[in-house]
Write a protein that binds this ligand. Sequence first.
Ligand code: ZN
Length: 481
Amino acid sequence: MELRDEIKQLVEQKKDEFFAVSDKIWGYAETRFEEFQSAACIEAALEKEGFTVKKDLADMKTAFIGEYGQGKPVIGILGEYDALYGLSQQAGVAEPKPVTEGGKGHGCGHNILGASALAAAVAVKDYLKAHGIPGTVRYYGCPGEESGSGKAYMARAGLFRDVDVALTCHPSYENSITGYNFLATLQVCFKFHGKSAHAGACPHLGRSALDAVELMNVGANFLREHVIQEARIHYAITNSGGSSPNVVQSEAAVLYQIRTPQLPQANDIYKRVVKIAQGAALMTETQLEVVFDRGSSNIIPNRHLEKLAHDCMMEYGPEPITEEDLAFAQKIEDSLVGSDRTYSQDILDMIYGPVKGKELGKLIAGKLIMDTVYPYTPTETPIAASTDVGDVSWNVPVVQVLTNCYANNTPNHSWQQVAQGKSPLAHKGLLLAGKTMALAAVRLMQEPELVKGIRDEFKERMQGREYVCPIPPEVKPAPHR
Ligand SMILES: [Zn+2]
């Protein structure tokens, strides 16, 4: 039997097991570093399949590694399983309807991601077992991707050091290989401590922490004109000091996120933002506390590996689309308003510019569900988003496979993604990602020249640079700060 067919068979014979894992994790909907049931679910599946599982890694109870096989090469397959706050939504319902008001939901499809990686790892294990060939497959259970940078802590702990090549995936509304870069990011909380007072009777006795937050934000907004064009500075007031205007707010906090193409650029802007915070504290006579939250690195791309992943995806192509898939996609499309309906084209334009972007967009324009695979289109331009896969990419060559799990134009981090997270289309995307990664992994184990080409490119791109974790050594992973 041809390799592609054997891998397909190995993934599909256990598909119900993988769908069950994905659907259970969808239901658990646990957020950063508290994915206890979700991690346990994948750990149990790996143990049942004969993997040796090491748990509680890099100061994270929900980080784990499942390993099978012996010797080189070591192929890492990265899985995620964390959800998002405030995105509770019923499955299969095309209007906003939370399961729990204000609850959590899988608005980035990491339930599918974790199960796709499981499907790939199990298929590779079954292949190794059937053919008795050398090679090691590792499932990396990576918690807290959303605002947690779990992989950066794992990279800081050296967990990727002996891996030859890593593969991962992400659910999407398209089938493609990410041949573009992601931005480095730093997230830091600025807490101001002041003094409360009756705002009417004795305002002169109060020192307002909320004033400090507001003045800091004014300063940061003026800073925007004097940073590099590609930088992004976001903030959220996480503590406004309460809801009483007649009390001088003694405590307030604002969470900043800085994104740039390269990590040193983010560090430079961060230092300037700290100065602005110090200025705000000086002006308001409040005390400033800077609490570093998380950071992740930009991606070091690897064209040899991206090309291999694309070749593997082309072996399977899009999974068949049914009338049922289209009917639900139509309802989702109807729920999108205005510019949301051009989301997929806007992202293409952002990455590839309007000319190339429009050319690629012809493959998806006017379709409810993408029914093809984008041609492999590498570019050095980053997408204005960040991922902790970046930190892995500084340690080992890694590629991200995107598969079609949602209706066209479904935005990331939306209730529409949660609603589609257990659909037949999502399950098909899960299988396509699993097959693509499993085929790539087995080919890497059987064709040493592929690994060599990928590793040579990695060495060339690193230019002798060493990975420096963006998170200071004293900062440990935490669910909240
Ligand atoms: Zn995601």
